[in-house]
Design a protein around this ligand. Structure first.
Ligand SMILES: Cc1ncc(COP(=O)(O)O)c(C=O)c1O
Length: 279
């Protein structure tokens, strides 16, 4: 596998990162995960814009965001992934320097690493049946809008889901379901598509925004507001959105059925429209 590291394309076995890297020492960096179909990145501009905004917030050089799409598509081609769906992972850290909390000297180059590999969607049967999810308290901080590599709370939440036989864990903050460990959450309640508003407590998903646009185009009423954990079992539908989960219906939450306990019509229509985008 060919990867990209700090200006060079090289074999994955030759890509080495210093133990002094601030990503390793402090989780001082961010990442993006993107999909490419037929060699072209899906929804590339919003991914690059989110990376640029995150790097700006972290005061890291934004030039990796300017090159994200070019580097990603080049890697897809180099790895001969243009004939199948590919996942591109891109990570930027504040670079390598002797450990101390404050920023390293000006001019310390960021570390920029990308890899691409074949992407497999979740199994068709799971989209057809809907998945299981659990709720967990949100133990994260207040800058969840940055796609930080500091994902400890997300990792623990997702592992709890896995241990419970579920696909995803939904974070609950102040009684409201705000997002998943690696996805956004949408509900259909009294004919409206409801999802948590874009703010510092969630990562505003590229898929989320795309799905909201599709819904508006299809004439589905959209409301950015709370999904109360106490009321969620009365929702007609609940589903996840994300680059890797695409649009995944939730059939059971904490062991209780949502709606009829299978994917609903809104998620099904939106998923069909979303899949069209990758054709
Ligand atoms: C915490 C969190 N929320 C939401 C998402 C969905 O974002 P996107 O649709 O841009 O993949 C992700 C994706 O990894 C995530 O980690």
């Amino acid at each position: 596998m060919q990867v990209y590291l700090n200006g060079a394309y090289l074999d994955a076995s030759e890509a080495h990162i210093s133990p002094d890297d601030r990503g390793f020492l402090f989780a001082d960096g961010l990442y993006e995960a993107l999909l490419a179909y037929h060699g072209r990145i899906l929804l590339g501009e919003p991914h690059a814009a989110r990376m640029r905004a995150g790097l700006t917030a972290l005061q890291i050089d934004t030039s990796p965001a300017d090159r994200l799409l070019e580097l990603g598509e080049r890697l897809v081609a180099l790895n001969q992934l243009t004939d199948r769906p590919a996942l591109i992972y891109a990570q930027v850290t504040r670079g390598s320097a002797p450990r101390r909390h404050r920023f390293p000297p000006a001019g310390t180059p960021p570390t920029c690493y990308l890899f691409a590999k074949p992407f497999a969607s979740q199994p068709a049967e799971l989209f057809a049946s809907g998945c299981a999810a659990i709720t967990v308290p949100d133990t994260r901080g207040s800058r969840c809008d940055i796609k930080t590599i500091g994902l400890l709370a997300n990792v623990l939440a997702n592992e709890a889901a896995h241990a419970a036989g579920a696909l995803e864990a939904l974070f609950v903050r102040d009684g409201v379901i705000i997002e998943g460990s690696h996805s956004n959450v949408m509900a259909v309640i009294r004919g409206e598509l409801v999802t948590y508003p874009s703010c510092n407590y969630i990562l505003t998903g590229v898929t989320r925004n795309c799905v909201l646009d599709l819904a508006r185009t299809m004439g589905i009423p959209v409301r950015e507001g709370p999904i109360f954990a106490s009321e969620v079992y009365a929702a007609d539908e609940l589903f996840l959105t994300g680059t890797t989960l695409e649009i995944m219906p939730i059939a059971h939450l904490d062991g209780r059925p949502i709606g009829a306990g299978r994917p609903g019509p809104v998620a099904t229509r939106l998923f069909a429209a979303y899949r069209q985008l990758s054709q």
